[in-house]
Design a protein around this ligand. Structure first.
Ligand SMILES: *[C@@H]1O[C@H](CO)[C@@H](O)[C@H](O)[C@H]1NC(C)=O
Length: 355
């Protein structure tokens, strides 16, 4: 009698174990247990040769010991390569590189009429371009974009398909474009077209990233420090884990990323690079295997290039509740899918001196 009972109990628990394992496999969660340690994983994100020597070879004689593994090789439709050209010793302080989706004509217009307006300040030179891909299946969109570009001369487009999964290609296009055509500009903000941005606060932030916004209330620093030279700034995720659940939007298999966690990265919606960081990121990007999520890809490049992401809470990953006073120090905020609302809030902030 007791023998029979324990046998049954054994079978029941064995069944639980099997079902449990089955669930772990079906959901992908078992991958959490098999992930490799992160510590030195960056040597496997591309060729293991040290980046510094490859960069030196590229800069000196153009023939590196290892060929780049991830060059941007799409054909440009529009480059607007004149964008960052200036007269005499004029200096472009800031370039907005706006990641936009091809059909977002209205969003682009609202940005041109708000934070992307190039003549915003008479004494600070800023420039704005929009990065878009192509939609071969919708030729009427291309007709419209051709017209838009004729009017504004601010579209950067290449022949890859414009969709979420090709986001890293879009970011790479931006890096490639800026590296080739904007070698003299001071800072670049890569930003999505559903953002609110305060140009005034970006300029304030850039004067002293470490002490923004406190320094505004006390004293003004103008010395260039290391943070400004090697700036890669925005809303930083210090340690995040690959999603191994198969239904997650951010699911990634062990085959695509075998390590336990990601490098620190700035969320892709808005990140600032200094000129020197742009160069580092560009070289790192051509020696880093392409990764689907563009912000993590940039984090990988930064890790390789030995750039440390700089976090500031006034880059908002999720949109703070709007009040006039509450946006006083806001540098950039995600969550403005409605371009008219963004424009209205920007107007209000501009009128009180915050944008
Ligand atoms: C972009 O995305 C589409 C669809 O997801 C894919 O078929 C295509 O190969 C991707 N790459 C390029 C370069 O367009």
């Amino acid at each position: 009698m007791t023998k029979l009972l324990s046998r049954r109990r054994f079978l029941a628990s064995a069944m639980y174990v099997f079902v449990g394992i089955g669930i772990l496999i079906a959901t992908g969660l078992y991958q959490y247990f098999l992930a490799l340690p992160y510590d030195t994983s960056y040597v496997h994100w591309g060729p293991p040769e040290p980046l510094t020597s490859l960069i030196q070879q590229l800069q000196e004689n153009g023939i590196p010991a290892v060929k780049p593994v991830n060059e941007f090789d799409h054909k440009f439709t529009f480059t607007n390569s004149h964008k960052c050209q200036v007269k005499d010793n004029e200096v472009i302080r800031l370039v907005y590189i706006v990641k936009s989706a091809l059909p977002n004509f209205y969003k682009r217009d609202m940005i041109r009429q708000s934070w992307g307006f190039e003549q915003r300040f008479s004494d600070v030179t800023i420039r704005t371009v929009f990065l878009v891909g192509s939609m071969p299946g919708e030729p009427h969109l291309q007709v419209r974009v051709n017209k838009e570009n004729k009017q504004h001369k601010d579209i950067v487009q290449a022949d890859f398909i414009d969709n979420y999964y090709n986001n890293t290609i879009k970011t790479m296009m931006g890096l490639n474009w800026a590296f080739n055509f904007c070698a003299k500009v001071k800072y670049l903000l890569f930003v999505d077209d559903d953002y609110y941005v305060s140009t005034r606060n970006i300029l304030r932030f850039l004067r002293d990233p470490n002490n923004y916004p406190q320094y505004l209330e006390t004293y003004v620093i103008d010395a260039v420090n290391e943070y400004q030279e090697n700036l890669y700034a925005g809303y930083v995720f210090q340690q995040s884990y690959p999603h191994r659940w198969v239904l997650s939007k951010w699911y990634i298999s062990l085959t695509d990323y075998p390590y336990s966690h990601y490098p620190p990265y700035v969320t892709a919606g808005a990140f600032i690079l200094s000129q020197r960081s742009l160069q580092s990121m560009y070289y790192a990007s051509i020696y880093t295997n392409r990764f689907r999520f563009d912000d993590i890809f940039m984090g990988m490049c930064a890790k390789k290039a030995n750039l440390h992401p700089f976090h500031h809470a006034e880059f908002h990953f999720s949109r703070p509740l709007y009040t006039v006073e509450g946006y006083k120090y806001t540098i950039a905020s995600h969550g403005f899918g409605d371009p008219e609302e963004m424009h209205k809030i920007w107007e209000e902030q501009r009128s009180v001196g915050n944008a």
